[in-house]
Design a protein around this ligand. Structure first.
Ligand SMILES: [Cu+2]
Length: 173
């Protein structure tokens, strides 16, 4: 009853997330001239299996770009929710890489490990920081060099809200 009255008088009282992104940057990376062509089209199913099944088990070390020819990088930003309802970040798309996913770097026994993150809640009136040593967007299988001064386009998918498309400047860490 009360809800009906509020809705009628003040449309903005309806619970919704209002998401924006601050301080986005991508880590500069260069694809080696030799070997890049040979490896660029190679899909590696074992890689994917390791990603999805690696929770708590064997996780790769925190080096971005372990395999030659499969160059990786990472994107960092702050997601700010000015709304009065939480939303959930469920994934990310980036045309500059074969795969884009949510990752978290954690320190376990003095060793940095990266684990996949399926989704991440952005609280109402809250913020979630993606930064080196913590949450990041992992770009694997880069299709192009990430050169300082250029930008790459990233699309963040949310459970309720429409995707946030951002142009991310490339920086040297
Ligand atoms: Cu990562």
């Amino acid at each position: 009853m009360l809800g009906l009255v509020l809705t009628a008088c003040a449309p903005r009282a309806q619970a919704s997330a209002a998401l924006r992104v601050e301080n986005a940057w991508a880590r500069a990376a260069a694809i080696p001239v030799t070997g890049a062509q040979a490896a660029s089209g190679a899909e590696t199913p074992s890689d994917m299996g390791g990603m999805s099944g690696g929770m708590g088990a064997q996780t790769p070390p925190a080096s971005h770009g372990a395999m030659p020819g499969d160059v990786s990088s990472a994107v960092y930003f702050v997601i700010v929710n000015d709304g009065n309802a939480a939303d959930t970040l469920t994934g990310v798309d980036c045309a500059a890489a074969d795969r884009a996913s949510l990752h978290q770097t954690r320190i376990v026994n003095d060793v940095a490990e990266m684990v996949p993150v399926a989704s991440l809640v952005i609280p109402a009136h809250g913020r979630v920081e993606f930064q080196p040593g913590g949450y990041h967007v992992m770009l694997e299988g880069l299709k192009q060099d990430l050169t300082v001064g250029e930008t790459i386009r990233l699309s963040l998918r949310f459970e309720k809200g429409s995707p946030l498309v951002i142009d991310v400047p490339v920086r040297q860490p």
